[in-house]
Write a protein that binds this ligand. Structure first.
Ligand SMILES: [Zn+2]
Length: 219
């Protein structure tokens, strides 16, 4: 480059904005703050989304699960105390997931907690626990390892229940019976723990329509 063009460029550069300093980079603190804000804003959606990991499509669940089972397993809902027939179930047997039939709890670990929810001192391999939205302060969330379905919560106050299996493990798995099906060892009929569905009003989609109002069948 010749000298004259260089001089002209040096004079014109500020006007053209060529010598403007690069924009200030965001400080690390600001970056961390923004990241924290973003993550806290996404806590709820992420947790809700987690509940669908491993699930079939919602459409399939709607067809296979009763509304009470769907409410607990799929939506992470909590049933009212004493609503499940499994609270008073005392026979020998096993509880499996109402969604995917994974074995979850043995009756030998069941104890009377007086809470109104089926309670167990320990779970089988099909049970997994994840940090709950309360950050563990109020226990951990219990899920089915087979399908990711929400089952209830586990607390570390088992030792309070003296004379029960929970006093030995120190754990209290507090479950929503609607997520479970009980299979008695004696081969008797299975018992659905869902005490909710009968109470719930059918959703509009479940109401039987007269034939002339029904949508055409898709083959
Ligand atoms: Zn399951």
């Amino acid at each position: 480059m010749h000298l004259l063009p260089m001089l002209l460029l040096a004079v014109a550069a500020p006007t053209l904005g060529l010598s403007r300093p690069p924009p200030r980079r965001a400080s690390r603190r600001a970056t961390l703050f923004a990241a924290a804000a973003a993550s806290s804003a996404s806590v709820l959606p992420v947790a809700a989304k987690d509940r669908v990991v491993g699930y079939a499509k919602q459409y399939d669940w709607d067809k296979t699960l009763a509304s009470g089972q769907n409410f607990v397993l799929r939506q992470g809902g909590t049933e009212p105390p004493n609503s499940s027939p499994l609270v008073k179930e005392k026979r020998a047997g096993q509880c499996v997931c109402a969604g995917c039939k994974t074995p979850l709890f043995e009756s030998a670990a069941k104890f009377e907690s007086g809470t109104g929810w089926p309670s167990f001192a320990s779970g089988l391999d099909g049970v997994e626990t994840v940090e709950s939205l309360t950050g563990g302060l109020l226990g951990r969330e219990v899920r089915c390892a087979g399908c990711g379905g929400h089952l209830g919560d586990v607390f570390n106050d088992g030792r309070v229940f003296t004379g029960t299996p929970a006093a030995i493990t120190g754990k209290r798995f507090c479950l929503d019976g609607a997520a479970l099906v009980f299979l008695p060892t004696d081969g008797g009929e299975s018992v659905s723990g869902d005490g909710l569905s009968k109470r719930r009003v059918s959703r509009p989609a479940e109401v039987e329509l007269p034939s002339w109002l029904q949508p055409p069948k898709v083959s």
